[in-house]
Design a protein around this ligand. Sequence first.
Ligand code: HMG
Ligand code: MG
Length: 311
Amino acid sequence: MPLAGVPECVQIVEVGPRDGLQNEHAEVATADKVAFIDRLTAAGLAVIEAGAFVSPKWVPQMADTGEVFRAITRRAGTRYPALVPNLVGLDRARACGVSEVAIFGAASETFSRKNINQGIEESFATFTEVCEAARRWGILVRGYLSTSFGCPYEGTVPVGRVATLAARLLDLGVFEVVLGDTIGVAQPGQVAEVVGAVRKQVPIEHLALHFHDTRGTALANVLMALQLGICTFDASAGGLGGCPYAPGATGNLATEDLVYMLNGLGVETGVDLEALVAASRFIEQALGHPLPSRYLRAEQARMRKTMSSHD
Ligand code: HMG
Ligand code: MG
């Protein structure tokens, strides 16, 4: 039984292969991306954001998303969404048999322009086209709202604007609105304030949260959000991540750290923590630098100690 006041189960949306790898300077071989995603599938993640059909000039790290989708082993029951900024992206996704995409708007004008070269109003016109085409083709759409807790260029973002834009995304027909803490500034008090305002316009079951862990508050934010009734959280294996258009943004909340906390609370996730650590260790080796997840670091230290005591 879970702790009183928190949901019995939580859905984790694994964003490491997209939000994580889009921010890596080293070139990651397509085969390594595929092997990473297949390992995440084996670890029981029910939703794995596998790439982004964005401009290769803007984000070269995602240029091979089509090849990745063609090569991964898709398990029945597991969802593999991808980011699409416009109709060109949606077409590319459809050509690879993608059945779920995510549009990504922002709650601040400057970030929207820097990230997708469109202001907020213009971007909603584009999203309307994407959602209409997706509906015709039977493709599900998730809707991110970046900078919901603060903008790297404008600072504070008015809560009322976040709520209005979240409601507009839902009106476009997205099945879920994801409030993004793009630069990891949110803290639990602010989570209560923002979710409290947004839920008046977007039913809580259509809301998800996407925390970056720049200031070490992501797990505390999740604990607050669980008590508010949120049941879907984004996270990245090993704490990979960042955003190329958000200076200073570090990795997402690490999936291992999230699963460890949820296991302790008695909340079901369906994720095998040991297999997840194996997936993170695999991509860590491919990248050639350590990943920040606290749980992963502790496991690595424990394994080293066990091995040295066998010497
Ligand atoms: P643009 O330059 O304004 O695009 O970029 P355009 O429409 O003028 O087209 C220019 C060229 O790009 C054309 O080709 C298009 O065909 C091509 P050309 O005629 O020059 O040969 N093009 C494309 N190619 C491939 N795929 C496409 C595509 N669209 C146009 N989809 C655009 C506008 C939106 C494309 C660009 O700004 C872009 O790709 N931006 C993506 C940036 C990005 O991926 N950011 C990171 C993800 S968001 C994030 O991390 C936040 C999140 O995690 C939540 C959070 O943390 O809060 C989601
Ligand atoms: Mg992000």
